[in-house]
Design a protein around this ligand. Sequence first.
Ligand code: ADP
Length: 563
Amino acid sequence: MKLKRRGFPGGFNRFRLMLTLGLAVVLPAAALIYVNFRQLRAFERDKVLEAAIHRDFQEMLYITEKKFTKKAYTMTEEVRNLFPSPDDEPLEKEKKLGMVLEKSPWLTHVFLSDEKSFLLQTQPKQMGDQYIRQEHDRMAASYKGWFGMEGKTMVGKMHKKTRPIDFYTGPAKRSNGEAYVLNALFVIPHVSKDRVVIGGASFDSCYLESAFFKGILDEELTQKMTDQGGNPLAMMIYPAEMDMGYQIKPLAATSGWGEGKPEVARKFDDVFRGLALGIKYQGTSIKELGATWVHRSFLILGFLSLMIVGGLVLTKHVVSKEMALARLKSDFVSNVSHELRTPLALIRLYAETLELGRITTQDKKQQYYRIIRKESERLTALINNILDFSRIEAGRKEYEFRNTDIAELVRNTLESYRYQIEQQGFAFEESIDANLPAVPVDREAIARALVNLVNNALKYSADEKFLGVKLYREDSMVKLEVADHGIGIARRDQSKIFEKFYRAGDPLVHNTKGSGLGLSLVRHITLAHGGEIAVESTPGRGSKFILSLPLVSATGRPAHGAA
Ligand code: ADP
């Protein structure tokens, strides 16, 4: 009946704990892990990261094209504003065109065509290139006729635009190989709209490739890297028709391009029609990055899941331990109350019997007095244990170390127990080394430790009643052994019995009243002396507790110091 009442709440609490852990922690954690896992799988399947990078690249290319266009317009606008008026004197016009070339070294040709004349000038420094010379002659020969036929339509179209500039591009030959040129045609500012006057400028192909294109590409990449960091990018510009499977040869590229095809490309229209802009990662691809990212995310998820599971196991462990401690505490209260009640009841019974005066023989009286004394001693020991324990728990326990003749201390302590030991039918063996040096100890504490060990030996012995106490020196230690031939302690309990409130699960232990405090006090006392406590035990054969004390105190005071 009693067992049931005690057992049920423990089991119930455990069940409730499991339920709470399960519902409040395990389920959400499992759901979280599962959802994340599914999401990652979907990411992997739908190539979400790859698509996002693609979009990002497209946007970069779009912005870069805008910059190219803007710069080409601005530069042409500047040239256009320097152009002479068609109504200037012929010499004046030539001079002004010459100045335009001088001010804009990045131009190859400039020309001005009006109703009467066609003026063409080429950068003098570039005339050394025979291809440029040929180009000059071709333009001089053909442009007049061209503007004569189509000039009116061209001017009409240009006037309709916000910026009256037309660009056309194409490959050209230069002495250092194939090149790419950009030509601008425009109407001259402040010239009436009905007049057929056309100005023009050709951008130098070297300037375009090494300064214009490369400048903007480099600038874009630097900007992107400072803004976002991450994997290094590379961009390049190439003739758009190469996209159709030719080996791509860039016109201009940022330093890290290396070779190969762009991941994302954009064909220019407007100014640079015919060219395309490409972008890729240096040394890796979008696909590879996507795969690495997914892989890494799976690893992180796996690691986090492990941590969650570890955390749960740890929580369960800690909570179970706390619950076990709570259970031990409640057992402790009932055990202690019982322990207090038994000696008190005996004392009262014998005192009342004596008071009634019914006991006549002196011997009997003497026996009753002795019982009363013994029981009050037991009570004192128990109360001392509890008081010591509460002092230890509150961190207020203090020890007073004095050099002590430990042999005498042990002999005296045992002497006051001898009667009880023999009364209970124990064979008592005592072996105390006579030549021990003085040891710095707290007398009361060591006596209490010994009493606790002896009491346990008496309590936990069943059939074979034996108590052996030994005191001897071993190296720099004094050892105190208390041995019995009692019920012994299971191996798994041996490390736990020194914990507060812990009592082994043996039925004999449960039928013997105890508080579970004794050994925890013994351990505390021993450690405070700088010593150690050990147990050797075989279930059914008996136990031996060995308390070792150093000859020099924990505070470093020598054994043979002050008295
Ligand atoms: P208590 O004896 O009051 O239960 P202790 O702290 O003195 O508390 O001992 C803790 C437990 O260790 C005991 O409940 C018992 O299970 C075990 N124990 C201690 N001494 C012995 C011994 N000599 N033989 C067998 N078991 C022992």
